[in-house]
Structures are given as structure tokens and as C-alpha cells.
Ligand binder design. Structure first.
Ligand SMILES: Nc1ncnc2c1ncn2[C@@H]1O[C@H](COP(=O)(O)OP(=O)(O)OP(=O)(O)O)[C@@H](O)[C@H]1O
Length: 386
């Protein structure tokens, strides 16, 4: 899907719009505090149902207002692995809406004017991938971030994953309650363990299958990065228990330990993507730039896996220029262009397209942001299409 237009009400400092976007590349620049990140945040609301910057809806609602609205029109495009920009059919196929009343805490999700009750409906219609400074925790942070990263892809590739994982998480929390209660009923725990092991194996199977595809794409994109670090990097999926032993045996062997800590220490809730370099975690040895390049390439690989399923990810890149040198910026821009993804890329200075692409995409738009207002500027692409 690609976002063709956006309207907002009371969203931070953004003007209401409507703003019309390119289904391919949108370059957005403006001074500090002009509203670039707020724009990406509003777009992301349509696919995530929340902000990627912080947890509370009320922070994005304009000061003094009680309700904010984000409304967008998205188009469906069939995306072969490599697409020539400008060739796809961009007929509007869905109108997505998100509104939140701050006082009543009521959230409303709308698709084509009808109420929907699950965020996963918006998420599957409009997959968005945010690349902002916070995303670098995928490498530098704990396993939870990497699990979330993998599960985002599994959710989009395997429709059975979301309900399965929910059920598995419920089982884990029931199991934790038993482990925490002073008097443990062994029989009761065994019953939960049987169910837990079965669900865990199903979750693991889906994650492993999707991870293998992701790893293949990541390996291919890493081959384009010149540097020993990219060649020596090892990327492995760990299910959260010793696979040779099996989860059932692991749980029996560690029952005492789990009783002591009062929660589940082995299982898909502990899965991870291990990123190793010469036997060490990459977070210990990689430079900041290398870590950032790696995260961006991992995100790009997610987009490539979805493209093989005919699903298109919209990438929201917030001021990545500060993080990447020109060579890596170009590599990313070229790969995104080949992928045919819709891209929103912000910068403080007006970007020079000739520095990003050898041949700039035939259909891109350039916007200047000031006080939350977007002004579209003429580019060689807009000139050519007239
Ligand atoms: N709830 C709100 N109500 C009104 N204005 C807000 C609200 N939240 C943020 N703002 C203002 O919106 C403006 C836009 O901030 P934003 O983070 O989008 O800027 P930016 O262009 O990304 O800046 P930078 O380049 O510094 O990252 C800021 O001036 C901020 O003070």
C-alpha cells in the first residue's frame, strides 16, 4: 500500500492538509521544530495505531484540544520484487481513519467509513516501517526489541501468527501466576506446560520459517556493503530454549529455578535474533555507524521479504542523514528504489537527489515544512511529468 493523501485534525503542530504524496519517494525538509517528525508520526498512526515516539496518545493532541484525527487514502499496488517506478496502478483502494478522544479515552478506527475494532486491520492494510534514532535499539538493546522486529514481519507474512502468539502469551501469564503463587500444584503446572510447549512449538515454527527468508535477504544486501564487518557478521535465530534438548525437558530441568524467580524463563518469550561478530555481540564491537547501517539493512530486508508476497511497506525515515555516510545513504536509497517501496525521508537541509541516486526516481516529490505546513516544490521529476 502507498499513502496518497493525509488529513489531520489537532495533531501536534500539523496543518490539517490535505497533503498529497507521491506513491514512491517523498523528500521532506525543514528547520528544527518545523513538524517533520510530527508528519511521519501522523502517517505511522494509520498503520500502527500509536506513536513511534512515545506511549501516550494525549501528547500528540494539540494543546487545549480534546480530540485528534488522522485520515489517509492508501492505494494498493501489486509489487513484483523489482518494480519500475511510475509503472504501477495507483487507484485508491482504502480510506483509513484513526481518532482519539482524550477525555473519554475512546479510540475509533475506520476503514472506508466503517468502524473496525482491531488495530491489526489497519496494520495489515498499511504496513509501515519506521527508521528513526529509536530504532537502533534493535542492535544495541535487549532481545525484546529484536523479537518485536521479527514478529512484525511474521505478523505480516503469516496470518495465523497474531492469534497464536496471543494465546501463547496468555498461557505464559497463567503459568507465571502459578509459579508466583506460594503453593505450586505440580499437576496443574504440568497441564499448563503441555499446552505451553505445543503453542511454543507452533510459534517457533512460524518465526523460524520467516527468519530464514529474512536472513537470506539480509545476506544478499550485506554483500553490497564493503567492509569486513558485513562479511564476518553472523545472524542467528534463537528460539528461547535449547532446541536439542526440547522445551518440555528444559522446563522440567529448570522447574526449581523458575519457582524461585516466579516467572517463565524458557520459551518463545525469550526468543532472540543473535547478531555476532568474531564471537561477540555486535553491540560491543560495532561502531555506531556500523550498528545503524545494520539496523537499516535489516529493516530493508523485511521490506524485501514482504515484496515477495506482493505486499508493500511504506518506509518512514526520520533524519537518517546524521547517522549515515554518503556511501551508505546511497546504498539504502538505491535498494529502496529497486524495491519499489513508498518512502518518506526527512532532513533539515534540502536534500540533493543526485547525491542519493545515480538516476533519481522518475516520480518523487519534495516538500518544505514550516510551522506544520507542507509546501510542495518543483523538482526535475514534477517538471518531467507535466
Ligand atoms: N501537542 C502539541 N501541540 C502543539 N504543538 C506541538 C505539540 N507537540 C509538539 N508540538 C510542536 O510541534 C513542533 C514540531 O515538532 P517536530 O518534532 O515534528 O519537529 P521536527 O521538524 O521533526 O524537528 P527536529 O528537526 O528538531 O527533529 C514543535 O515546534 C513542537 O513544539
Amino acid at each position: 500500500m502507498a499513502l496518497l493523501s493525509l488529513q489531520t485534525e489537532n495533531f501536534r503542530n500539523l496543518a490539517p492538509g490535505p497533503f498529497k504524496f507521491s506513491p514512491w519517494v517523498n523528500l521532506i525538509y525543514g528547520a528544527n521544530g518545523s513538524g517533520k517528525t510530527s508528519l511521519l508520526e501522523a502517517i505511522a498512526y494509520l498503520g500502527l495505531g500509536r506513536s513511534f515516539r512515545q506511549n501516550r496518545h494525549q501528547v500528540v493532541c494539540r494543546e487545549g484540544q480534546q480530540r485528534f484525527v488522522v485520515f489517509g487514502a492508501v492505494s494498493e499496488r501489486s509489487v513484483p520484487a523489482v518494480v519500475e517506478p511510475g509503472r504501477a496502478d495507483t487507484a485508491t483502494s482504502a480510506r483509513l481513519g484513526f481518532s482519539r478522544d482524550i477525555q473519554s479515552r475512546e479510540t475509533r478506527l475506520r476503514v472506508d467509513g466503517e468502524n473496525v475494532y482491531s488495530l491489526s486491520v489497519l496494520a495489515s492494510l498499511f504496513p509501515v516501517s519506521v527508521i528513526d534514532p529509536g530504532v537502533f535499539d534493535i542492535v544495541a538493546g535487549g532481545p525484546g526489541k529484536r523479537r518485536q522486529f521479527l514478529d512484525w514481519l511474521v505478523f505480516h507474512v503469516e496470518p495465523s501468527f497474531a492469534p497464536l502468539w496471543q494465546q501463547c502469551q496468555r498461557t505464559i501469564s497463567q503459568r507465571n501466576q502459578i509459579l508466583r503463587s506460594g503453593r505450586i500444584d505440580d499437576h496443574q503446572l504440568q497441564v499448563w506446560d503441555r499446552q505451553f510447549v505445543e503453542l511454543a512449538q507452533q510459534v517457533d515454527e512460524l518465526r523460524l520459517r520467516v527468519f530464514s527468508e529474512l536472513a537470506t535477504h539480509l545476506r544478499s544486501v550485506l554483500e553490497q556493503v564493503h567492509g569486513e564487518w558485513a562479511a564476518a557478521l553472523k545472524v542467528e535465530y534463537s528460539p528461547g530454549w535449547d532446541r536439542k534438548k526440547g522445551l518440555a525437558t528444559t522446563l522440567i530441568e529448570h522447574r526449581e529455578q523458575e519457582r524461585k524467580v516466579g516467572h517463565t524463563l524458557y520459551g518463545p518469550n525469550r526468543a532472540d535474533i543473535r547478531l555476532r561478530y568474531h564471537g561477540h555481540a555486535v553491540a560491543e564491537l560495532f561502531s555506531r555507524g556500523q550498528q545503524k547501517t545494520l539496523v537499516i539493512l535489516m529493516k530493508l530486508s523485511q521490506g524485501e521479504v514482504l515484496a515477495t508476497r506482493g505486499k508493500q511497506v511504506t518506509f518512514l525515515l526520520d533524519d537518517i542523514n546524521a547517522e549515515l555516510d554518503l556511501v551508505h545513504r546511497r546504498l539504502l536509497a538505491e535498494r529502496l528504489n529497486r524495491l519499489g517501496s513508498q518512502v518518506f525521508m526527512t532532513a533539515i537541509e534540502r536534500p540533493d537527489p543526485s547525491l542519493l541516486w545515480e538516476v533519481p526516481p522518475s516520480d518523487y516529490k519534495m516538500f518544505h515544512v514550516e510551522h506544520g505546513r507542507l509546501t510542495e516544490e518543483q523538482t526535475s521529476a514534477s517538471g518531467a511529468s507535466e
